[in-house]
Structures are given as structure tokens and as C-alpha cells.
Design a protein around this ligand. Structure first.
Ligand SMILES: *Cc1c(COP(=O)(O)O)cnc(C)c1O
Length: 374
């Protein structure tokens, strides 16, 4: 189906991809396919092997990420499927400040003796390149969650590939609207579809995309026999949400940029982390290849953890909750989770910017930050 979408812009693809064939009285949208088993002779066979509603969403993500795609029931299930590709004892390089869930499973897989991990600052290209020799996989999250560091993907990916090292990219913060790592040579790209792609904070889902037929077939078996499969209704909802991805993301990014600028001079803020700010240490890298800066920013609140907690508890419009990528703005002090990386400051508050009116957001964040200093 995606062949006919070649040449279209991503903001058209999100609307046009994953539609059923045009037949008289055929539906514009895929149906929610509820069947655990299938008549013989077709490509599916059984509900753990495939599903028509998954296929619709998979073909839409394929059109965006430029690689054959498999859905998983969460971003973490997708990431675990990627790590399951690695033989016992593999050595990998990974972002030191990455998503806490990933930091946790990497530590667990290290304790089990399954993997050995070299942690790097992904925004330090020299450090990343020095860590690569002798490893089998480079796991890059960029921009990182929650410190908003940016990896120089067009330099790092080809360098790893020239050493024969596999490259997998967590593209959740950027979305395929801002960067397409498979086109830069990465072997695998993953999404927490839970976030921007579905966009409404109502489902969990993950995806893995690849141009490599061999990897695709191994991942298909990992899903088929591992049994971590998404629900058809969740896949349908995610595709419905994907239709507005480009519009939602455009608005959320514009809000994030404006908030970042205003927060820079807020008396309750020590530091704003957002690659869109010209003064941000990651700006120069981001503008080289990213089509935008995303809709998550982070602030270091003056007065430490207690002040940061107070700010989060004092907002009325912005919701104090974890996660990101939905239409509604959320914020949280990341270290309220005991599992956050020790390299993340205790007063760092991540702001997942939504699509509300900017003045309403500003008024709410400003008043909450003022209360935090009382
Ligand atoms: C949320 C998130 C994940 C995990 O996805 P789930 O859908 O919550 O399992 C992985 N990576 C990043 C960058 C995330 O933000």
C-alpha cells in the first residue's frame, strides 16, 4: 500500500497511509479485526501472528519511518524485542541519560550476564565513536528523555556501520516528522507509539521498523513466539490518532519553543533545556539535520527538589503526570521516580508540551513556578 504514497510529504502520509483498498462501498478506515484465528491459505493464520488492524497501522508507520514495521503492545516491549536479537554476552553502547525503562532493563540484562553495556553521553560524538570498537549494537536515543541531549546521528550512524556495528534508534521524541534514522543508515528504529504517534494519552503501543529483511523476519518470530502482541482496538485508536500527528506536533512544537524562550528569563528557573534555543548546547547539532526541535523541554527549578515538586503540584491547567506526546500538557519532576538516572539533576522538571493556547499555558506555568519559590 505504501508504494502509492512515495513522493508524498509526511503530513500527507499521516492522513493517507494505512487505508483499505478503494472498492465500491469499501470503508475509508480499517475495521477493528477481532478474531483469534483465521481460515487457512492467507498470510495471517492465527491471531498471535498477525491482524488486519495491526497491518493498517504498520503500513502507515512504514510510510513514515521508511522501513517495514511491527507493532508491539508498548514501547518497552518493542525495545525488549530488539535486545532479544542480541546473542548472550553481546557488548553494546547506549545513552547514559536514556529513558529510565531502558536504563533499568539494560542494568537487569547486565546483572543476568546477558549483555555488557558501555554507557556514553550520546551528544559527545568523540566519546561515542571511541566506545564503538568491539561492540555489536549502538542503542541511541535522541533527543534523550528527559535531558534533551541531541546525538549527531548523520555522523555517528555511518561511523558505526563502517565498523559493522548494528544501530538502533529510539525516535520517540523526534518522531519521523523530524528525523528518519533508517535513511541515515540505522538498522532499526523504534517508537513508543504511546506518545506522539497515537497522541491522546489513551493507549500504550510500540513499533520497530527496519529496511533489513533478515532483521524483520527475526523480529517477526520474536513477536510471534514471544507473544507480546498489541490489541486490535488499541491499533485502531493509534491509527486514528496518527491522522492528526502533523498538526498536533506543529502546534505543540511552537508552544514548546515559546515556553522555552519565556522560561529562560523566569526568576524560578536556573536552566532551560530545549535544543530549539540558540543558546542550548545541543542547538548546533540539532539544526544540522533535524526538521524541528520537538515538544518536550526540561527546566532546572531554583530551590532544589522541594521547589520543583511544589511547582508541579501548583499547576491547574498543566497536569502533574508522567508521559508525553498527548494533546494535553504534562509535567513532572523526574526524580520523583526512584529509578531515574543519577546523572539527571534532582530539580529537573520535564514539560511535555501539548496543544493548548500558549497564553493559558504560560499563565499557569508562571503562577506555579512563582508559588514554588514562596
Ligand atoms: C515512553 C518512552 C519509552 C517507553 O514506551 P512505553 O510505550 O511507555 O513502553 C521508550 N523511549 C522513550 C524515549 C519514551 O519516552
Amino acid at each position: 500500500m505504501s508504494e502509492s504514497l512515495d513522493g508524498l510529504h509526511p503530513d500527507t502520509k499521516v492522513v493517507a497511509a494505512g487505508r483499505p483498498p478503494r472498492t465500491p462501498d469499501g470503508n475509508l478506515n480499517p475495521s477493528i479485526s477481532l478474531s483469534s484465528t483465521n481460515h487457512p491459505g492467507g498470510p495471517i493464520g492465527y491471531g498471535r501472528f498477525g491482524n488486519e488492524t495491526w497491518s493498517a497501522l504498520e503500513s502507515a508507520i512504514e510510510a513514515l519511518e521508511h522501513g517495514k514495521t511491527l507493532l508491539f503492545p508498548s514501547g518497552m516491549a518493542a525495545i525488549n524485542a530488539i535486545f532479544d536479537l542480541l546473542p548472550i554476552g553481546s557488548v553494546l553502547t547506549a545513552s547514559r541519560n536514556g529513558y529510565t525503562g531502558v536504563m533499568n532493563i539494560l542494568a537487569a540484562r547486565e546483572r543476568n550476564g546477558q549483555l555488557e553495556v558501555r554507557y556514553v553521553d550520546v551528544s559527545n560524538t568523540t566519546e561515542v565513536l571511541a566506545a564503538l570498537p568491539g561492540t555489536s549494537l549502538l542503542w541511541i536515543e535522541s533527543p534523550t528523555n528527559p535531558a534533551l541531549e541531541v546525538a549527531d546521528l548523520p555522523t555517528i550512524i555511518p561511523a558505526a556501520k563502517s565498523l559493522g556495528i548494528g544501530v538502533a534508534v529510539d525516535n520517540t521524541f523526534a518522531t519521523p516528522l523530524l528525523q528518519q534514522p533508517l535513511d541515515m543508515g540505522a538498522d532499526l528504529v523504534m517508537q513508543s507509539v504511546t506518545k506522539y504517534l497515537s497522541g491522546h494519552s489513551d493507549i500504550l503501543m510500540g513499533s520497530v521498523s527496519t529496511k533489513d529483511e533478515g532483521l524483520f523476519s527475526r523480529l517477526t518470530d520474536i513477536r510471534k513466539f514471544g507473544g507480546a502482541i498489541p490489541g486490535p482496538f488499541e491499533a485502531w485508536l493509534a491509527l486514528r490518532g496518527l491522522r492528526t500527528l502533523a498538526l498536533r506536533f506543529e502546534r505543540a512544537q511552537a508552544n514548546a519553543m515559546e515556553l522555552a524562550i519565556r522560561l529562560q528569563s523566569h526568576p524560578a528557573v536556573d536552566r532551560v533545556r530545549y535544543p530549539g534555543l540558540p543558546t542550548d548546547p545541543h542547538h548546533a547539532t540539532a539544526i544540522k539535520f533535524m526538521a524541528g526541535f520537538g515538544a518536550v523541554l526540561a527546566i532546572d527549578v531554583k530551590g532544589g527538589a522541594a521547589a520543583a515538586d511544589k511547582a508541579c503540584e501548583s499547576s491547574k491547567l498543566v497536569t502533574y503526570a508522567t508521559s508525553l506526546g498527548g494533546v494535553e500538557s504534562l509535567w513532572e519532576r523526574r526524580h520523583r521516580w526512584g529509578s531515574e538516572s543519577p546523572t539527571i539533576p534532582v530539580n529537573l522538571v520535564r514539560i511535555a508540551v501539548g496543544i493548548e493556547n500558549i497564553e493559558d499555558l504560560w499563565r499557569d506555568i508562571d503562577q506555579a513556578l512563582r508559588i514554588s519559590q514562596e
